[in-house]
Ligand binder design. Structure first.
Ligand SMILES: *Cc1c(COP(=O)(O)O)cnc(C)c1O
Length: 441
């Protein structure tokens, strides 16, 4: 362990606990009322800009991905109530959920089957649009379905897109870039699953494998890309574009809740739990939710005990200046989408005034929760996605937060949303393997 970190362990009990690899629930003492109004690094007009861009691309997306026909080219997921899972959590996991429990099914997002279909696809589209506008081949007022033509495919084919990934980001960037015609290289860390590499290669994506962790794959990808002026690097450690792509989820969720006649206001608090890797996805979604609902929404991140980088970064205030390895934590987790040892350089700072807290969960529980969700609701999600239940199964800690916020008498009308971040593209064989994992023979 890095020696100067001992003072944080001595001073902050949650940091000490997380460093011992115990499940931890950290409440963010820096959250303030109307905190979203104090954020200056990004602003709400960027969400609008992203939202409009996704609408411009809808006719194109509908053309190239038939599964988007029904939504007119909008990539969005279902919000489904999961009463059976609520019962299971209350009865067998010691949870104390009084309101309603929903699943936000980004696990089933079309095109790439994970939350990365928000940010990752958005960033590729933005890059493609920038190039096409700059070349004079495209105007914002055009029908973007022309981008599916051979002329545009050849145009994008001159350029390369690169990304470092533990798997799902590579899937989104790879699938979308290849579809547009880009040459695309995905730098995969050791955590990445074989089937993801296979699928990408089948779509014409170049996959480079590393024996090392995520940060190493990113570093190599960035280096490669910097040497080629025709290459664009999707930088998960710093990207504002990814962040804005995720943030559009806020207004979309607001509309879905309205359609289902579910009120969210001071009397009807909304609790949202989002699995966190480097922080871009949960950070962007949180930013969007805060803009949509203000103080009525309470956002929590959830991380594996072995990859609790955002908790360490935010609780110490060191952000990307600290990695879990600095605390002697190995960063190894079965939740491959969350296997990140160092948090984003900017997300923790952005969400500091709005995030409610961070909970960590042991890997073994992810598989049991996954089986539970399948049995109760007939919904398959990948183990990473089940980290979203991590805060709900720590009722005493959650109550401490609820008391602190003065919400004790409102929880009966509360809505809880577990953000399922991935799963529908997991192949049958791997599913079976997951479903057997950790069971006694
Ligand atoms: C990437 C990912 C996350 C978290 O997103 P970050 O931007 O890395 O924080 C959560 N769940 C799954 C399944 C993911 O692939």
């Amino acid at each position: 362990m890095r020696e100067e970190l001992q003072t944080y362990i001595d001073k902050i009990p949650e940091v000490a606990k997380a460093a011992r690899l115990e499940e931890t629930f950290w409440i963010n003492g820096k959250k303030i009322p109307h905190g979203e109004k104090t954020i200056t690094r990004v602003n709400p007009s960027q969400i609008e800009d992203a939202s409009r861009r996704l609408k411009r691309f809808a006719p194109y997306l509908k053309t190239v991905f038939p599964e988007l026909e029904t939504t007119g080219g909008i990539i969005e997921s279902e919000l489904r109530e999961i009463p059976g899972m609520k019962e299971l959590l209350n009865k067998e996991w010691g949870a104390d959920i009084k309101g309603r429990l929903f699943l936000k099914m980004d696990s089933h997002l079309p095109v790439s089957g994970s939350v990365k279909a928000r940010g990752g696809i958005y960033e590729v589209l933005k890059h493609a649009e920038d190039l096409a506008l700059e070349s004079g081949k495209l105007k914002e007022t055009d029908d973007y379905s022309i981008l599916a033509s051979q002329e545009f495919r050849d145009f994008f084919g001159q350029y390369t897109v690169q990304v470092g990934s533990t798997g799902n980001l590579g899937m989104s960037i790879g699938i979308m870039s290849a579809r547009l015609g880009f040459h695309v290289i995905v730098h995969m860390s050791a955590d990445a699953k074989q089937w993801k590499k296979d699928l990408l290669r089948s779509r014409g994506v170049e996959v480079i494998e590393y024996a090392d962790d995520y940060c190493a794959a990113v570093e190599q990808g960035r280096k490669n890309s910097d040497q080629d002026h025709m290459s664009y690097f999707v930088d998960d450690e710093n990207s504002q574009n990814l962040f804005m792509g995720y943030s559009v989820a806020g207004e979309r969720l607001k509309k879905q809740l309205e359609e289902q006649n579910i009120p969210v206001d001071e009397e009807h608090p909304l609790f949202v739990y989002i699995p966190c890797g480097i922080g871009g996805a949960p950070g962007g979604v949180t930013y969007g939710l805060k803009q949509a609902f203000g103080d009525a929404v309470h956002c929590f991140f959830t991380e594996p005990t072995h990859a609790c980088c955002m908790l360490m970064g935010m609780a110490t205030g060191l952000h990307d200046g600290v990695s879990v390895k600095d605390f002697g934590i190995d960063g190894r987790t079965e939740a491959d989408g969350l296997a990140v040892g160092r948090p984003s350089a900017f997300v923790g700072r952005v969400v500091e005034p709005v995030l409610s807290g961070i909970a960590t969960i042991e890997d073994a529980k992810l598989y049991d929760l996954m089986r539970g969700l399948l049995k109760e609701e007939d919904i398959f999600v990948e183990p990473s996605a089940c980290a979203s239940f991590g805060a709900l199964i720590r009722p005493e800690d959650l109550h401490a937060y609820i008391r602190r916020e003065g919400l004790e008498d409102k929880m009966g009308q509360a809505v809880h949303i577990a953000w399922a971040t991935g799963g529908c593209m997991v192949p049958e064989e791997t599913r079976k393997e997951y479903l057997r994992k950790g069971l006694k023979e």
